[in-house]
Each structure stands twice: as C-alpha cells, then as structure tokens.
Design a protein around this ligand. Structure first.
Ligand code: ATP
Length: 472
C-alpha cells in the first residue's frame, strides 16, 4: 500500500480521485490548499503527491520546492485546468513527474499515479535556468485538449536532445512548435535555424548544409562552413523533410546518427553539435511505401513524433487565436472589444483548410478594413468556394460546383470551330489558375522561384502564366 496526498481545492476531485485510488488499495490524504498540503507532508511521509496548480493562497507550482524539501524523492504530479505551454514547462522544470490536464479521466490519472509510484523517484535533473522565452508573437496560443496535449509533449521533449518529427497540415504551426522546443531547451541561448530543404537548389543543398572546400567546384574560391556547423550548440529544423531527394536523405541520416558532416571536397568528417528537429506536411509512411523516403531516416527522426491537428479539429481555439493576431496588428485593440459575437460565430463556423495561417491572414485583412473599429463578419475575406475538406459554404463540394460551371459554359460557349474562340479548357484554366497562383505567391512573399517549386511547375512556366493573366 502506498500513501498518496491529493492537494486540490475542488472537493469533488479530491473525493472522486481519493475513492478511485482507495479502491486500488492506496491510503489517500487530501488537502484543499498548498499550505494545508505542506502541513500534511511535514507530518507524514508520502509516496506520491497530486498537486493542483490553481489553489487559493500559494499556487501549486510555487509550492513545488517546499513539497520537494519535505517529501524528498516522492514523485509529484501536477494537475491544471488551463495548461499553457509555460505551465507545462515550469512543471517539468521544477521536477514534476508528470502533468495532468483537467478534466481528466480517472483511469488515465490513476495510471499516471501508478506509474509514478512504480518509478519510486520523482527527482529529475537540476532545474534549468529559464530564459525570457520567445517574443509574444512567437507564443503558441490555444487551450483546446489537443493543444494541451501538445504543450505537454513539448515540455517533455524540450529538455532532451532527441530528434523530433513534427507533422501536420500546412499552416498548423509546425515551425512555431519547433521554435518552442528550442526555446525551452538547454540550447536556448544558441541559434534556432530553420532550413527549408525544398527551397535550396538541389545542386547546392549539400554544400549549403555540410560546407565545401576551396576548389571543390567551380566558383568555390574559399573554404566555407555549412549551416549544420554554423548552428553549433543550437537547434536545426529540417523543414519539408518529405521533399528531400533520396541521395540527400542518406547524408542527413549520417549527420544525425554520427553527429558529423563531411564538407564537399573534403575526405575528413567533422563533428557537429546540433539538435535535429524535422517537419513535414507530407505522409511519410506513404512516401516510404512508394520508395521515396528512407525507412532508416524515418525511424531515426521519429524517435519522438509530434502531430499537430488541423484547426478544424480544435475550433475552440479560434477565438483565442483571433484575439492574439488582432492584438498583434493593433495592440490598442487587445482583441477584446473588437471581435463581436457574430464575427466570432462566423470565425468558428469556417473550416480553415489553410489552418492557423489562413486565420491569421483573415484577421490581419479584416483589421485593415475595419480601420480601428470592431471587426464585423463582412470584414472577413470571402470564403473560397469548395474550400473545406469536402464542401463549400453552401454545403456544395468543389466538384459539384465545377460540374455546374461546365454545364453553364457548354450552353453559352460559341462553336469550338469559331475563330478566336477560347476552348473550354482554356476557360477552365483561366478560372482556376489565377487564384491558385496568387495564393501561392502571397504565401511565398512574392518569391517566384519558391512559388514555382511549390506548385510543381518550371519557373519560366510560372512567369508565362503570370504574364498571361496580368498578375505580374
Ligand atoms: N498555436 C498557434 N498560436 C499562435 N500562432 C500560431 C499557432 N499556430 C500557428 N501560428 C501562426 O500561424 C502561421 C503559420 O505557422 P507555421 O509557419 O509554424 O506553420 P507550418 O505548419 O510550419 O506551415 P507550413 O507547413 O506551410 O510551413 C505563423 O504565423 C504562426 O506564427
């Protein structure tokens, strides 16, 4: 039998959890404040403590040090209703064994306590020095259950040096998560270097990453260190890892596994000291099955996988995110008054297939149109037809719309043999290409080379199309 102390000001939780642990054969004591809990801890030894963060008087996180003094190595499990990334990280840093988010399932909570008791010790390494953290615009916003789970994963993995594979649709915040891992890791004072492998020219990518020796190719007039060597002590995010060619994958695997790089034109490998994170929105298991992604690299990278769910699966985060972006464009607004209920309702209704990035763009645009006044639903950009995963605004799918559009055109188009008549296909392309080109170009900040790569066409083809549609 083990002795467990539950410190929570919600009597119902203390009771239900106490009963549950009692049924498992444990001896349970409860306290409703940290002060009361510390008194109990002084009086008797406990094998584990379940400690709420929000308590009247001293809060749970501040009390952790005192509990630790009184309880020695007994594991402490932190409980919170509104976990932010910061709470999760502070709990882990202060040596919490684990972190439970309310409302929790009793079986799940019981399993955590059981694991803690079996582990026997809760003391982790010395608390790490905390920095100021990333700027406010780099903050990960969200309080939905999937975001809470994400915060916990970040807090757990940040302190380690293992590779992390971050997956999620475009715009879900993969780079931001990578940055949060770096910011909360011991490598924090050093560089965080996101490298978009797909954007580097294939012929130069090896030299860029690993460096080159003077004379190793035409134009290499001096020795140059690669990005992986330059990021010494820091964290490198290999972005769009799913788009890396197979030959390069072998070299990356070697760099990750052996922590060394061989510059182009050199025979001797050099040690590197970086932590690797990787991100992709492509299905790596499918790419592996098709022989486009190496299994060994996948297994090396996915020691700790983190998946970010699409925004449509956590629409409860939309209001907080909207206020966050609004406060960034117009700090005076703070986002509170400016977002009317009908606007929030509209925001929560949309499917956001472009995820958080699309929401951010919509809010920024709306703030400009609203010119300092409250944001009205009509200030939001029109929904793109057929935008959602299956259906458009009126519940109509993109293919149904296209079928209707084609029918109309067939009725109105002149005879295909008539001189100068645009073909149905030309008309179709003229309808669908411009919005796509515009979106990708905007997304790549006007960089045509990147946009062409993203679309999968040659740069000169892109230029031609832009000219054709007057989009230059
Ligand atoms: N939870 C969040 N809180 C605050 N901002 C967020 C959040 N998630 C995403 N963002 C913002 O949304 C935008 C897109 O995020 P990010 O670039 O990290 O996405 P991504 O998944 O890496 O996209 P891609 O796969 O297209 O490169 C950024 O401006 C980012 O700051």
């Amino acid at each position: 039998m083990s002795r467990v102390l539950i410190v929570d000001d919600e009597a119902s939780i203390c009771w239900a959890f106490g009963e549950y642990l009692g049924d498992l054969g444990h001896d349970v004591a409860v306290a409703s404040t940290a002060e009361e809990g510390l008194d109990a801890a002084r009086r008797g030894p406990f094998d584990a403590v379940v400690l709420d963060v929000r308590l009247p008087g001293m809060d749970g996180l501040s009390a952790m040090g005192a509990f630790r003094d009184r309880l020695g190595a007994a594991p402490i499990i932190i409980v919170t209703a509104f976990g932010s990334l910061d709470t999760a990280v502070r709990a882990m840093e202060a040596g919490a064994f684990d972190y439970l988010v309310k409302p929790f399932d009793l079986d799940q909570a019981g399993a955590v306590v059981q694991r803690a008791l079996e582990s026997g010790a809760g003391v982790r390494e010395e608390p790490r020095p905390r920095g100021t953290g990333a700027g406010p615009h780099m903050r990960l916003v969200g309080s939905s259950p999937p975001m809470q789970a994400l915060f916990k994963q970040i807090a757990l993995v940040a302190a380690t040096d293992v590779p992390v594979l971050i997956t999620g649709e475009s715009g879900t915040g993969k780079e931001l998560v990578a940055r949060a891992i770096h910011e909360n890791s011991p490598r924090r004072p050093r560089t965080f270097l996101p490298v978009c492998l797909a954007a580097l020219s294939p012929g130069l990518v090896e030299g860029e990453l690993f460096g080159h020796m003077r004379g190793s190719f035409t134009g290499a007039s001096q020795d140059r260190k690669g990005l992986l060597e330059l990021a010494a002590g820091g964290t490198v995010l290999l972005d769009e890892i799913g788009d890396v060619p197979l030959g390069m994958q072998v070299k990356l695997l070697r760099a990750i596994e052996h922590r060394e790089v061989t510059p182009v034109g050199d025979a001797r490998p050099r040690p590197i000291d970086v932590r690797f994170l990787a991100a992709t929105n492509r299905p790596l298991p499918k790419l592996m099955a098709e022989g486009q992604f190496r299994e060994d690299l996948f297994f090396r990278l996915s020691v700790f996988p983190i998946h970010i769910p699409p925004l449509r699966d956590r629409l409860e985060d939309v209001p907080d995110l909207a206020r966050h972006f609004l406060a960034q464009v117009d700090p005076r607004q703070g986002g509170e008054v400016a977002l009317r209920d009908d606007t929030l309702a509209e925001l929560r209704r949309r499917p956001w297939s472009g995820n958080v990035r699309e929401l951010r763009n919509a809010i920024e645009r709306a703030a400009i149109i609203a010119r300092g006044g409250p944001i009205l639903p009509e200030h939001l950009p029109p929904e793109v037809a057929g935008h959602g995963p299956e259906a458009g605004p009126g519940g109509e799918g993109l293919d149904a719309m296209l079928a209707r559009w084609t029918e109309t055109l067939l009725k109105t188009l002149p005879d295909p043999d008539a001189e100068g008549a645009d073909s149905l296909y030309d008309r179709f392309l003229a309808q669908v290409e411009p919005p796509m080109l515009r979106t990708v170009l905007r997304r790549e900040s006007g960089n045509k080379a990147l946009a062409a790569q993203r679309i999968g066409i040659h740069r000169s083809t892109l230029r031609q199309k832009l000219r054709k549609y007057g989009l230059e």
